[in-house]
Design a protein around this ligand. Sequence first.
Ligand SMILES: NC(=O)c1ccc[n+]([C@@H]2O[C@H](COP(=O)([O-])OP(=O)(O)OC[C@H]3O[C@@H](n4cnc5c(N)ncnc54)[C@H](O)[C@@H]3O)[C@@H](O)[C@H]2O)c1
Length: 258
Amino acid sequence: MGLLDDRICLVSGAGQGLGRSVALEMAAEGAGVVLLERNGETVAAVASEIEAAGGKAYPYSLDVTDYARYEQVVGDVVIAHGRIDVLVNNAAINPPTRTLLDDTLEDWRRTITINLEAVYMGSKLVAPHMVRRQSGRIIHIASIQGFASSGECGSYNAAKGGIIAYTKSMAVELGRYNILVNAVAPGFMVTPMSMVNGVDETTTPDFIDWYVDRRKIPLGRAGLPEDVSGTVVFLASDYCRYMTGQLLVVDGGLMSTF
Ligand SMILES: NC(=O)c1ccc[n+]([C@@H]2O[C@H](COP(=O)([O-])OP(=O)(O)OC[C@H]3O[C@@H](n4cnc5c(N)ncnc54)[C@H](O)[C@@H]3O)[C@@H](O)[C@H]2O)c1
């Protein structure tokens, strides 16, 4: 018996990093996982990985900002499986230019479109199918950067803060349909996104000195994708029944220090 036996779970940005880990863990818990990812090669590789482990994967090459194609994919999934139980809005970018003084309106709009508007799109397309069945889970991957800032990530901060506020709004709106909406805020994670200018930001001497050796992260290490995917599986499972509109911070204790 798995925690998600026979559930149909959609995971965006499932080709690598946290999305890949969430997809693998959901499949290991018995879910049929619909992988939504703009990179056709990585999504196929993750699907093969899941199938090789005996799981069920349904890969789709999709840019989540393409509303018409997203609508088509959601429609196909509902026709094929009859329902959608869980949506994980995970896909995002960490753009190189993100500050007010250095970015352009075009940079800002690109980040907001992928990191915030596509969360709206996925939720808007999936929620009616959950309403029909009076059941569902929507899980957003936010960030600690949604409520604290390094001062270098303006548009990213704004998008993640928007997700946190929208989690509450969606939870209140959709509670009457037995749809639970929660968010997860990872801290520093070791994923391809942590590569900044070709360097893994979680391995620099400054990072090791401040966050690890001096325990700015009380647990003394950056997070691994598996540290987040377990939390997502919990939110998707029957162990989470009476919790909605919440933000679970998964950061090794970073935001508990000053
Ligand atoms: N890595 C971290 O330190 C960290 C910290 C806090 C929050 N997060 C959040 O966790 C989530 C996953 O991040 P990650 O570290 O795994 O990132 P990642 O860059 O390793 O993976 C993101 C995935 O999303 C896909 N993607 C991006 N734009 C897309 C689009 N328009 N359509 C479809 N797919 C798209 C990418 O191709 C990639 O496979 C993101 O929401 C990110 O903001 C990450």
